[in-house]
Design a binder for this molecule. Structure first.
Ligand SMILES: [Ca+2]
Length: 477
């Protein structure tokens, strides 16, 4: 973008802050340099979505709109989060900075506290003249770096439901019990319309916003954060009915493998906060199948709302000039290793779905090892923006040109005291306490053990592999 045009957009941005609705400002704006219009960005976050999806090579989940998006763009089949928990992962993506022992630690993370001087992704686009907005759950705290948005982060209200978006009367009563902190059961088969739930409302608002922004000349960066399939698995009945319970099976690793250290396991505490969850260390199989059914239904429900947003973009006439990024904030254990939720360096918790669709790039699938700190620099390249000095990942744009481009062999994830390196073959994790003493380590060979049940870290014959991988850790201090 030419400096004169950038200045014009910045002035318009200032007008926007003082003069009200974007549309009145945008109508007066015109493209003066005769060049191509800057691309819009539709930045779609999904909460707790693991890549058990047809477009990522696995799964029975009905997700036609994720598949549609994957067919439009480049699906990254070996993409990894940098920290497996909502708030910290989102802060890392939105700054392009890795988590450390002092930064991006847990779900409560705020960029404004952990990295106050960082340029945020949305702030970077706003400074370049974009209209930036967040709808639904993007950063964990809607007010975190809110000045980097052109409007407040819009989130749906509780409406007629209760704390965590229950719609069925018996669950609302349960969730309103103060003993449960807004939590009713872990799932709900809702006899309600899609728009009764948060994600339906988020799709409504996002579609309307696209319709509002598309006719203007100001490019937009629109972040849309869907809230399912995060617990509780509340979804309209028709999405539950897509699956026959008889066909839902438990993971092959519905057990805790011998030789794996305590450090890599947890008791699924996030799930156990919900009412009615059995106390058994390993959940009874019939209840586990209900949970899996609910997760599948929640993904299909979210997928349908994604479809409505994609439809709105196509109807707006801006689809050919819009970069779409689709990502889930981390993986999820769906009973794998007899665990539920995230918060562990098992591959099931680290691997994520990532799709980039960008104008001028052919569809493809890339097996390259990529990580979420790569998202920010990629968007800079695709939109023609400079890269802030803080960025620690590398642009994936060569992989959008050729998905088979030779690439790095490893990605790096941190989970509290655990540092993980995942290579094209191995996953190695080591845990260190505050005194610098290592107290656990795991090595899994994905060439022979993709399910990660055979910990090789203490086997003498693997010492050279362990030493080689350990020498590459930690990263991001
Ligand atoms: Ca999450």
């Amino acid at each position: 973008m030419r400096p004169t045009n950038l200045l014009a957009l910045l002035l318009l941005g200032a007008l926007l802050c003082t003069c009200g609705p974007a549309s009145s400002v945008k109508e007066s704006e015109s493209q003066t340099d005769g060049g191509a219009a800057p691309p819009n960005v539709l930045f779609i976050a999904v909460d707790d979505l693991r890549p058990e999806l047809a477009s990522f090579g696995k799964g029975m989940i009905h997700s036609p709109n994720i598949d549609r998006l994957a067919a439009m763009g480049t699906a990254f089949t070996n993409a990894y989060c940098n920290v497996p928990v909502c708030g910290a992962s989102r802060a890392s993506i939105m700054t392009g900075m890795r988590p450390t022992r002092n930064r991006f630690w847990d779900f409560k993370t705020k960029i404004s506290e952990d990295a106050p001087d960082a340029v945020t992704l949305h702030g970077h686009f706003k400074a370049a003249g974009y209209y930036t907005a967040a709808i639904g759950k993007v950063l964990h705290h809607p007010t975190d770096r809110a000045g980097d948005y052109s409007q407040p982060n819009w989130k749906p209200g509780v409406g007629g439901g209760a704390g965590r978006d229950y719609q069925m009367p018996e669950n609302i009563i349960n969730a309103n019990n103060k003993d449960f902190d807004g939590r009713g059961p872990a799932f709900e088969r809702g006899e309600v319309a899609d728009t009764a739930y948060w994600d339906g409302k988020i799709a409504d608002y996002a579609a309307a916003k696209i319709g509002e922004l598309a006719p203007g000349d100001q490019p937009f960066f629109l972040a849309v954060g869907f809230m399912k399939p995060h617990l509780p698995f509340n979804a309209p009945a028709k999405y539950w009915d897509l699956y026959d319970p008889a066909n839902i099976s438990l993971p092959a690793t519905y057990y805790r493998a011998e030789g794996t250290p305590d450090a890599i396991h947890h008791n699924s505490g996030e799930l156990r906060n919900y009412s009615g969850v059995p106390k058994d260390e390993i959940l009874p199989e019939d209840y586990a199948r209900q949970l899996i059914h609910g997760y599948y239904a929640s993904v299909s429900f979210m997928d349908a709302q994604l479809g409505r947003v994609l439809d709105a973009l196509e109807a707006s006439g801006e689809a050919d000039n819009t970069i779409i990024v689709f990502w889930g904030d981390h993986g999820w254990n769906l009973g794998d290793h007899a665990m539920w939720c995230k918060h562990t360096p098992f591959n099931t918790s680290l691997r994520v779905p990532l799709i980039f669709s960008a104008p001028g790039h052919e569809p493809g699938r890339s097996p390259a090892m990529v990580e979420y700190v790569d998202v920010f620099p990629t968007l800079c390249d695709l939109a023609g923006l400079e890269k802030p000095a803080q960025l620690q990942g590398k642009s994936l744009s060569p992989l959008l040109d050729d998905p088979q481009t030779a690439w790095g062999d490893a990605v790096f994830t941190r989970w509290k005291e655990a540092d993980n390196i995942t290579t094209t073959r191995y996953s190695y994790t080591e845990w260190y306490d505050d005194e610098g003493d290592r107290y656990a380590r795991t090595l899994f060979d994905h060439a022979t053990d993709s399910l990660e049940v055979n910990n090789l870290a203490e086997k003498k014959e693997y010492l050279p592999v362990v030493e080689e991988l350990a020498a590459r850790l930690p990263i991001g201090e």
